[in-house]
Write a protein that binds this ligand. Structure first.
Ligand SMILES: Nc1ncnc2c1ncn2[C@@H]1O[C@H](COP(=O)(O)OP(=O)(O)OP(=O)(O)O)[C@@H](O)[C@H]1O
Length: 536
């Protein structure tokens, strides 16, 4: 018997050949992703211009038939008026005669476009959403290299958040934006930032992006570098070596991406000048506004003292408290919400699994893997200790498993992420350190081995799957200890279109403060064996 073709899970045999179809799916998906990237954006735009002409008359009919009210505008009334043929024929004359009418017509168009993409806005004088990336150049004079890079990245159409947040930021307005996980928020802030900066400069740091975790900061830097390819812009990631060696007064850095802690230290030591920063983005803003980080954020916000700075907040979850706090520091900000605030991605099929006890959980996991292991799979646990325990439990079972938590040195953390991205590990066990923002292509399943400690933790964790329009799956194990909080998760599941058993919906709602109960050890092996393993 060839050992490598079997996965051994505490008595259960895993036959690699038997699951060959599962692994093949994983492979195909990656190949599909790559082929998408090769599509030419310019070809697509030409096509869509022609298509536009054909469908425009259909659209007009559909629009006038649409009697539903649209946020901020009464479409029904205006559509009736717009019906008159003569009115349309004399557009030029009308603009001069009746600018208000023209303004109303434009507002109607904007409202319809927002309705189509489920964009909700508040604020005054909000610029219209983008029709397509081509408008970046026709409306805003975007440099060719950005359009070329967007095309090379395989992006044919802006996502809803990009359609609205990009024009808002380009019009010089501050913005707080809430859009589902995996909906392209990163490009939503990097693209307008680069366009507003116009050209590279050696005259100090001009834009700062704050991310709550190193891995996310590195990923944002990578995404940004793809967008500046062919230009001389410099995007710098605040790494430990950079902190130690760089002279920030001489460093060419247009955009600096950092975690708040590292930046705060440099500010306190007066080693960095942020007074020329024109753009400040707080990514995963609700996380950054949590108690532990608020102090550091405050320090960075103060150091970015340029009075004409444009600040923006982006996240998939935006609690009212954060909005309030944001309003107090922002000027005339536009609020952009895609879909409903604080909901999970609709492309993730979510399930709750009763595991009873800790022992039940490991059995349920093994059984799941025995039935079908369809990598990549991401498993979340509630603490680094539990991440280590689960890793020790699975690593001996001939399954390619990795682990990431805050106790690992930066190099090891990076390696864990890279191996998972490259498909070298199929299962990654993680704490919430990578629950936010991380974009692993094509994660098939997220398993909440430990029940999440809040609704927002749930939304971000399961949002590592079902990204950029792909479908995904999320399984949440629960034990007796978690039952009081089931209803909270069930509500989130329901509002993103998933079915929940009626008995769960009839449970009482419980206001939860961080739910991290003390759980029994995951390890099923005698302690002495586990200790010996560690010594080796
Ligand atoms: N216009 C687009 N068309 C297709 N794919 C896109 C587009 N914009 C971004 N993407 C891709 O969508 C994926 C998710 O994007 P991104 O990581 O920015 O999501 P996000 O909204 O920030 O998610 P999270 O809330 O989890 O941080 C990435 O792989 C990104 O490359």
């Amino acid at each position: 018997m060839e050992k490598s073709s079997y996965f051994l899970f505490g008595g259960t045999n895993f036959n690699k050949k038997k699951f060959a179809s599962d692994f093949a799916k994983f492979k195909n998906r990656t190949e599909d992703d790559d082929s998408n990237k090769k599509l030419s954006f310019f070809e697509e735009e030409e096509e869509s211009e022609q298509e536009k002409k054909v469908v425009s008359s259909k659209k007009r009919k559909r629009r006038s038939a649409n009697s539903e009210p649209v946020e901020g505008f009464d479409v029904f009334k205006s559509s009736k008026k717009a019906k008159g043929k003569e009115e349309r024929q004399n557009t030029k004359y009308e603009i001069l005669e009746n600018p208000q009418k023209e303004l109303n017509r434009q507002m109607e168009k904007d409202a319809l476009a927002r309705k189509q993409y489920n964009i909700h806005v508040s604020g005054i004088n909000i610029p219209p959403p983008l029709k397509g990336f081509a408008e970046l150049s026709s409306r805003y004079g975007c440099k060719k290299y950005i359009l070329r890079n967007l095309a090379e990245m395989g992006f044919k159409e802006p996502t809803p958040i990009q359609r609205q947040a990009i024009p808002v930021l380009l019009s010089g307005r501050e913005c707080f934006a809430c859009a589902p996980t995996g909906s392209g928020k990163t490009i939503g802030f990097i693209c307008p930032m680069l366009m507003k900066l116009k050209r590279p400069s050696t005259d100090g740091i001009r834009a700062v992006i704050l991310s709550p975790a190193r891995e996310l900061a590195a990923q944002t830097a990578r995404e940004g570098r793809k967008l500046i390819k062919g230009s001389k812009f410099k995007i710098r990631l605040m790494t430990k070596p950079l902190v130690k060696t760089a002279d920030f007064s001489k460093l060419h850095c247009d955009v600096l991406i950092s975690t708040p802690m590292r930046l705060k230290r440099l500010i306190k030591d007066k080693k960095i000048d942020l007074s020329k920063v024109e753009f400040l983005v707080l990514d995963e803003s609700d996380k950054l506004f949590e108690k532990g980080l608020l102090n550091q954020i405050d320090c960075v916000v103060k150091a970015c003292s340029n009075p004409s700075i444009i600040r923006s907040l982006f996240s998939a979850t935006l609690p009212d408290s954060v909005e309030e706090l944001a309003r107090s520091i922002m000027h005339d900000a536009v609020r952009v919400i895609i879909g409903r605030k604080n909901t999970a991605s609709e492309t993730v099929n979510q399930k709750l699994v009763y595991a009873g006890t800790e022992e039940g959980k490991i059995l349920a996991l093994r059984q799941r893997f025995a039935e079908s292991l369809n990598p990549p799979v991401l498993i979340f646990v509630q603490s680094k200790e539990r991440a280590k325990e689960l890793y020790d439990e699975l690593k001996c079972e001939d399954i390619r498993v990795g682990v990431i938590h805050s106790d690992l040195p930066p190099g090891e953390r990076e390696k864990a992420v890279d191996s998972f991205r490259a498909g070298e590990t199929w299962v990654l066990i993680a704490t919430d350190v990578i629950a936010r923002g991380m974009d692993f292509k094509g994660i098939n399943c997220v398993i909440n081995y430990d029940f999440p400690n809040s609704a927002s933790a749930y939304i971000h964790r399961i949002g590592r799957s079902g990204r950029a329009g792909r479908s995904g799956e999320a399984v949440t194990f629960y034990t007796e200890e978690d039952v009081p909080f089931l209803r909270n998760i069930a509500n989130t599941m329901m509002s993103s279109g998933c079915e929940v058993p009626s008995w769960i919906m009839s449970l009482k709602k419980k206001k939860w403060k961080k739910h991290t109960p003390k759980r029994d050890s995951i390890s099923t092996r005698p302690k002495a064996t586990a200790k010996n393993d560690q010594k080796e």
